[in-house]
Design a protein around this ligand. Structure first.
Ligand code: PLP
Length: 401
């Protein structure tokens, strides 16, 4: 095993010359707040790229989710259905509107909100009376589903949409981790009435911090813009009919976003190349399970993640994390399932054995769009070494591309 050399980070931004040029242009023009042409340009180009009518830029993905839940009409005391396996932000956003997240399990193949579980919850745990759907156990009104396309892979949105329509629920999609992925050949953003994206530092493209709400409904877009700019009714006299938020993206961030957006296709291609190399380099290792792509999906592989099954492998996910860290390779487990989160202990949840298992077994590997082939070979060699004590095939025999 070669000795560890330079540090290989998990997932870092890829900032190029165009980013610097646009940010400089923005600064030289004095556009530092949300005023100026960049925010509007970023919104327009983002909407065009995704093939949707409207995009409204936000200060973060979390702000986008909060705003989208307000737009969806979620009221205090309502319940919103979420997958248990997700970063905590969408669950927190549900609490911001004083509603309650309800956690359901994910499917074992693609790790996304399981439509079968969604149907089972609505059929077995809910009751309808006087036209209102209620959770039998909590008595609360169930009003919306918030599927999260985790790790760069779309949920089974056609199946979820069908159930949502059948039960008359609202749908807010959290596609923050899956910009650039397709569902049934169509970009995410086209499948739900409201879809949210994030441009946080580790996302496929970044504005440092930032987010976007996209929709085909002009009224929703107008209201998103209104709520995110302090609900200003009269800009001159400062008249406000409602409580709004300071959620707008700044011009400097939007300038960065315009440049990153030009490279979106190249970023997705890079992530898919990285995924293909991992799939090739780690295939057939006992106890190592690779990410799969569903028949409806073209994943963007935002965060390449493997499962390490300690019953079939000489290591486990947390030991492997330590072993790779000792070799200067950064990795990360998945989030604590939300039905176990102390922050959300008052929320209703069905049993989530798949989310629990994935949490124990999953480990995300380095996958920056700028990851070199040489560094990826080092990661693959290290994983093979630690996880397959008896697999000593030389790397060259694996025909890594
Ligand atoms: C699933 C998910 N939802 C929401 C967010 C929140 O986005 P932001 O960090 O831009 O607020 C993130 C990540 O950051 C996320 O992974």
């Amino acid at each position: 095993m070669p000795r560890a050399t330079g540090f290989i980070p998990l997932c870092i931004p890829n900032i190029g010359v165009t980013e610097r040029a646009y940010v400089q242009e923005c600064l030289e023009a004095g556009w530092v707040s949300s005023a100026g042409p960049f925010v509007e340009r970023f919104e327009r180009e983002f909407a065009e790229t995704l093939g949707v009518s409207h995009a409204v830029a936000m200060a973060s993905g979390t702000a986008a989710l909060h705003t989208a839940l307000l737009l969806a009409g979620v009221q205090p005391g309502d319940e919103v259905i979420l997958p248990s396996l997700s970063f905590i932000a969408p669950a927190n956003a549900v609490r911001y509107v004083r509603a309650w997240p309800t956690f359901l399990d994910v499917d074992p193949h693609y790790w996304q909100l399981d439509p079968a579980e969604l149907r089972a919850f609505l059929r077995d745990d809910c009751t309808r009376s006087g036209g209102v759907l209620r959770n039998r156990r909590t008595g609360r009104r169930v009003v919306a589903v918030l599927p999260v396309d985790i790790l760069g892979h779309p949920c089974d949105l056609p199946a979820i949409n069908k159930i949502v329509e059948e039960y008359g629920l609202a749908l807010v999609e959290d596609a923050t981790e899956s910009l650039g992925a397709l569902c049934g050949g169509r970009p995410l953003g086209q499948r739900s009435r409201l879809t949210c994206f994030s441009f946080n530092g580790n996302k496929l493209m970044t504005t440092g911090s930032g987010g976007m709400v996209v929709t085909d409904d002009p009224q929703l877009a107008r209201r998103a813009r209104y709520l995110s700019t302090q609900a200003k009714d009269d800009a001159l006299e400062f008249v406000h009919q409602e409580i709004g938020y300071n959620y707008r993206l700044t011009s400097v961030q939007a300038a960065l976003g315009c440049a990153q957006l030009e490279r979106l296709e190249a970023f997705v291609a890079a992530k898919r190349r990285i995924a293909a190399r991992y799939a090739e380099g780690l295939r057939e290792l006992p106890g190592i399970h690779l990410m799969k792509e569903a028949p409806w999906a073209t994943a963007c592989y935002w965060m390449y993640t493997i499962l390490v099954d300690p019953e079939r492998c000489p290591t486990d996910s947390r030991s492997l994390l330590q072993e790779l860290a000792a070799r200067n390779i950064e990795t990360r487990p998945l989030w604590q399932p939300l039905h176990r989160s102390p922050a959300h202990h008052q929320s209703f949840a069905r049993a989530c054995p798949v989310a629990d298992r994935l949490n124990r077994l999953a480990l995300s590997l380095p996958c920056s769009t700028g990851l070199t082939e040489e560094d990826q070979r080092r990661v693959i060699a290290a994983v093979r070494h630690e996880s397959a004590a008896h697999d000593r095939r030389p790397l060259d025999s694996l025909h890594l591309r």
